[in-house]
Design a protein around this ligand. Structure first.
Ligand SMILES: [Zn+2]
Length: 348
């Protein structure tokens, strides 16, 4: 018998920041002005910030703050790391890791998910012992998480499986040695085409709880959206059978970016449209963002296996190619949408 699909949240390592969004009528209650001084704690549902697992009876929206950093594409690996030749493509990975670490240290609610160890290893070796100690703390507290964990997010279409294994093993060995960390989620969001080898050998057999990818064939995407089967158990090895099956999810829009209107990246989206939260201002737009967030969450829920489940879970990917070079823009705006003016419940 085919194993039953597990909830996306079973892959705990991908949960960078989990939010439970109440869909009760109170969600449309009028917003109140932000109190001066201390951070407002859910003006509509005081005390609804909570901790622990996703809740029943609400739609749990998991925000994954992430950056997709190609280890060589339009520029060389060195140019991507240092941010050279930005006229070709604006990208400087060293600043991404610098600012994400800085922002996570400022607020323990903030989390980040990183993938490409070729870049993280390089950044790590440049840090002082005291900074390395601080970063080990972020990893230990789950604020900095690693998924996939290979040296790069390797290609699946043209590569030999030996190269895929070596790429993965190299990155995983670094994470194990430095952090005693073992990634539990596969993350192949940008390869063009997805192989059975990746699912069976380099996901299930590696011990991953889940494998996520984008760039699904458009016809299959259409069908799976219609049938709400974008999440599935992929039995990718006829010889190994269910033992090599892995929970697999593709993303509804075919890409791996945030819902439309929610890119707050300073470089790649020109900062997007910042959340303006002074309710005395004419341009206040918090209510607009909250409505948009609820709409997007409901749209995701209606088109995934979440529909009709007792515990509904959907995942928003908050980031994309070489984003978070100025992480403050992302976190500051997400904090405003999720913490201060809404009845969105924070799960840590
Ligand atoms: Zn890429």
């Amino acid at each position: 018998m085919a194993p039953q699909p597990r909830s996306a949240v079973a892959s705990g390592a991908v949960v960078a920041l989990a939010l439970a969004l109440s869909l009760s009528p109170a969600a449309s209650a009028p917003l109140r002005p932000r109190p001066q001084g201390a951070r407002a704690q859910n003006p509509i549902h005081p005390g609804c910030i909570t901790a622990g697992a996703p809740k029943e009876g609400v739609l749990n929206v998991h925000l994954i703050c992430h950056s997709h950093d190609d280890v060589g594409w339009l520029k060389t690996v060195d140019q991507y790391y240092y941010g050279a030749n930005n006229s070709i493509q604006h990208a400087g990975v060293q600043y991404i890791i610098d600012t994400v670490v800085e922002q996570c240290l400022l607020n323990p609610d903030r989390k980040f998910t990183y993938v490409e160890q070729a870049f993280f290893h390089r950044w790590w070796t440049e840090q002082t012992p005291s900074m390395q100690k601080v970063v080990r703390g972020l990893v230990k507290r789950g604020q900095l998480q690693f998924i996939n964990g290979g040296w790069s997010m390797h290609d699946e279409a043209c590569t030999h499986y030996v190269s895929m294994i070596e790429n993965t093993a190299f990155g995983h060995r670094f994470l194990k040695e430095e952090f005693d960390y073992v990634p539990t989620v596969g993350w192949q969001i940008d390869p063009f085409g997805h192989s059975a080898t990746q699912a069976s050998l380099l996901s299930a057999e590696v011990g991953f709880d889940a494998l996520y990818f984008a760039r699904i064939d458009w016809q299959e995407a259409e069908l799976r959206t219609r049938e709400r089967s974008m999440e599935m158990m992929w039995e990718a090895s006829p010889s190994l059978g269910p033992d090599a099956a892995v929970f697999t999810g593709a993303f509804l829009d075919g890409g791996y970016g945030p819902p439309p209107g929610f890119c707050f990246d300073q470089n790649q989206c020109n900062g997007g449209f910042p959340v303006m939260d002074d309710l005395c201002m004419e341009d206040d737009n918090v209510a607009f963002y909250v409505d948009k967030f609820v709409d997007a969450a409901q749209a995701y829920a209606n088109n995934t296996r979440s529909a009709g489940s007792a515990t509904q879970n959907v995942m928003f990917l908050m980031g994309s190619d070489f984003q978070y070079e100025n992480a403050d823009g992302w976190y500051k705006n997400l904090d405003k949408v999720t913490h201060e003016h809404t009845c969105i419940l924070l799960l840590i």
